[in-house]
Design a protein around this ligand. Sequence first.
Ligand SMILES: Cc1cc2nc3c(=O)[nH]c(=O)nc-3n(C[C@H](O)[C@H](O)[C@H](O)COP(=O)(O)OP(=O)(O)OC[C@H]3O[C@@H](n4cnc5c(N)ncnc54)[C@H](O)[C@@H]3O)c2cc1C
Length: 353
Amino acid sequence: MKVLIVGGGPTGLTAALELARRGLHAKVIDRRDSTSTLSRAVGITSRSLELLSHSGVAEKLIEEGVAVRSACIYLGNRLALELPLHSGRIYFPTILGLPQDRTEAIMANRLKGWGVEVGYQIELQGLREEPNGVVALFSEGTEERFDLIIGADGVRSTVRKAAGIAYPGFDLEDRWSIADVDTEGWPPREKFTLVKASSGIVAVAVPIGEDRHRLVASCDNAIGAFPMGLKVRKIYREGTFKISVRQAESYSKGRICLAGDAAHCHSPVGGRGMNLGIADAAELAKRVVDGSLAGYSEFRHREDKKVMDITERGRKMISGKSLKARLEFRALLALANSLPALKRKLGQFAVEF
Ligand SMILES: Cc1cc2nc3c(=O)[nH]c(=O)nc-3n(C[C@H](O)[C@H](O)[C@H](O)COP(=O)(O)OP(=O)(O)OC[C@H]3O[C@@H](n4cnc5c(N)ncnc54)[C@H](O)[C@@H]3O)c2cc1C
């Protein structure tokens, strides 16, 4: 079977790895110049590590990443709750912090071992369905016929648009910000930090290396959003982004399948975006090889929807600015503090969901 994967992000690379280890070498293209240098997703779940263990990628990720031991939740300057992030029921007991560019580099390197390399500076411009295949139209003016095309080409997916698959949902008004920084003294390494300021603004710090953190906040300035102040030694990257919550109405149409951001996007609360893409891609590759592609769309649509719904509930609870939302959040923290079993369960849920 001749397969084209459009997009060399974490989803496309996972699909290529999972096909390659089963003996199917796909063509992978990306319009970028080379591998990404952007550290977008920084949390890798146990489920992703388990899926990536079959290709030998997981052990390399674990070697480089930071195992996040607990989540510290602050109300203003006050530490209101520390949740142990741990589950004994899964492949890796907690969340792994690692910048996305490193994850992608490790995946691409492993892929090379199977003789598959991403073809950079090749853009898919359109598709033409024919009775015996689907023809991909490339930026160089060339075209090639495939049995299957996997659209792992991100939120603005050309594949999705060319296939005429709708991407319903909504865009949130708020602007959020991120910064990747080296800090001194605080926040602690190996802990995830969430601060809810009295203004209602939420600021998060995820450890991604020695003294290095990814900061995210529900305002324009992630570094300034921590009420206790941060000693920042070096800023690697700063930016703002808006959140959309969308899911493709179907993940497949004829000989075309979607996976990753091409199929869904949601808020970074919970850090599941890249992880859902890895799960889509692994499932898709398995089905391509065992001939059960027909059930792919329905299965992954349902699984992703469950996680997206939890993520949306989490976003509303954490970043809600109304008095009611703030009181509910405080009440949950107080309850978890007084009930060790609930505290354990919440930490376990945060790792497993
Ligand atoms: C600021 C920010 C912070 C984030 N933080 C987190 C986080 O903490 N945790 C998390 O899990 N997720 C996070 N995400 C989301 C995460 O980055 C995405 O879910 C993930 O990158 C999706 O991977 P993907 O491979 O599906 O798509 P992408 O990573 O977008 O890759 C798509 C690739 O397709 C290529 N492409 C697009 N169109 C074409 C074309 N026509 N022809 C050829 N190539 C094409 C692009 O160049 C790109 O390389 C964050 C995102 C952002 C923007």
